[in-house]
Design a protein around this ligand. Sequence first.
Ligand SMILES: O=C(O)CCC(=O)C(=O)O
Length: 289
Amino acid sequence: MLNHLTDIGRPDRSSAIIRQELAANGFVVVRNVLTADQVATLRRAVKRHLKSAGWYNYGGKFQVQAMHAVPDVGKIMTSDRVLDLLQGITEPHDVMLTGECDVMMNTTSTWHKDITHHPLAAERRVFEDETFRVYKIAFYLQDQDEHSRATLKVRPRSHKMENGTDLPAKPAAVQAGDAVVFDIRIDHVGQFPSLSDKLIRRGFEKIAPRLHVDPQKAFSKARALLRWSHPHGPDRMAIFVTFGPSHEWTRAYASACDEVHAPVAASMSPDVLAHLASRGMSVLRSDAG
Ligand SMILES: O=C(O)CCC(=O)C(=O)O
């Protein structure tokens, strides 16, 4: 299934091995999925979009439902190489995209499971049921080696546990264009806030109500100013697409997300929807409603 990936890089793992690693460890890195041109296009599109749109949060900016809101994201996330990878993972079922797609720039985070505050987490069986296979595919649009602060860290095997905090962490090092696929139940963290980030955030949380400003916006803007005055590497950008097999757990996850997030005022491109349909893939929440 993934043999075609050899044309822009070295041969990568087969779909069967990827499925095994996801089941056992809860994450897998797949090399060379996007081309350098696609990465460059996405970086430009994300930066342009977030300049005037999206939300300030976690010290940076993000956009939900980015396959709807940013046409280049919708197009490249549904390119055949990406879809072949998803299909190999959901086999023997068809791929179902939940419609959830987050784009983030320069955000910080702390350890969490994507399901922690999710209505589904109330059901303990979510951690035990072998048929639960809802994943995120993450593309980091810059190189992140295993020593970089920016690198995604995961706790392998924590996807089977309600509380995985005792398990050792592992960096998921990538080069721009590689994919990290992870089970949404796994413990993970992106870039921790630095000490100065924490101090700035706390300061704004204290004074923002008096100044009538949004503390998240003020925190993100202050970080952007610091990055501009002390440049050290490219903006940290990432795209996350949630998917699973066409199965009741994927539908349950997506419909619970609907209750948490209001839809964005944009629909997925008809070309993208037609392409997905031609491959027998469905997308929940494809329109602005
Ligand atoms: O910023 C990152 O690398 C991780 C983001 C994250 O934790 C998430 O999307 O759930």
